[in-house]
Design a protein around this ligand. Structure first.
Ligand code: SME
Length: 234
């Protein structure tokens, strides 16, 4: 059993590292070495030329799970992407109950969206914590690391969408008092609940957009269909 978890984690990890490597920003920064160590993973990609390295802790809810290590660099973009990688890995290491191949499929769908809509600056899943159902917890995502790892149901657009059990399409986040900011770039936001078989809103897709009015009716419908597809994972 433990072995199965480990292999799906590695598979998922590889797809995440591939995403990082394929990112044009990374290629332009010539990031040629990444190493990850946690209790489940010990992997190295690329060549370590002997230059100095920088380490990013993999943490989840203040628990230290390991680290991501890469060649030392100046770029803030690279640093943010590596912080995202370590935050995603922290959520993955801690999220075995959701099914890691599910998370990999979810990330693949999000990658396709970001390619089509580069103004989507953050796209991810929040799910209700099975132990504390009055709180949402961040799951797999693409974008900069978020300060909102947990969101109580009575806070944020994210909390409201679950509480009200419907999509919330916010054309201008500045004019919505419930909005919790993740990035100054975000101008509009769409949150679409994911319902389980008992028709309970158990998770949601959250998309932040750098353009105002980022989500027309068709885009909202497409995300609502995606949320139905994802419901089998929860
Ligand atoms: N904007 C969300 C918080 C989550 S971050 O955007 C990733 C909200 O208002 O609930």
């Amino acid at each position: 059993m433990r072995q199965e978890v480990r292999s799906s984690l590695n598979e998922n990890f590889n797809s995440i590292v591939k995403r990082v490597y394929l990112d044009p920003l990374f290629i332009s920064q010539s990031l040629s070495f990444v190493k990850v160590e946690t209790k489940n993973i010990r992997l190295e990609c690329g060549d370590f030329s002997g230059a100095s390295t920088q380490r990013f802790p993999i943490q989840f809810e203040s628990q230290n799970l390991g680290f991501v290590e890469a060649l030392d660099f100046e770029s803030k973009t690279t640093k943010k992407a590596l912080q995202n990688l370590s935050q995603t890995l922290g959520a993955l290491e801690n999220g075995e109950e959701l099914g890691l191949s599910a998370k990999s499929k979810i990330l693949t769908s999000f990658e396709a969206w970001v390619k089509e809509r580069p103004d989507f600056n953050w796209i991810g899943i929040y799910r209700r914590d099975p132990i504390k159902p009055q709180e949402l917890i961040v799951s797999a995502f693409i974008g900069e690391p978020t300060p909102h790892i947990r969101i109580p149901l009575d806070r944020g657009i994210c909390g409201a969408a679950i509480y009200e059990g419907r999509s919330l399409n916010i054309p201008n986040v500045k004019s919505d008092a419930r909005y919790l900011s993740c990035s100054l770039k975000t101008k509009s936001e769409l949150v679409v609940p994911i319902f389980n078989q008992l028709n309970e809103a158990v998770a949601e897709i959250d998309i932040d957009c750098a353009s105002a009015n980022g989500f027309d009716a068709l885009t909202q419908q497409e995300f609502e269909s995606l949320a139905k597809e994802f419901s089998v994972f929860f």
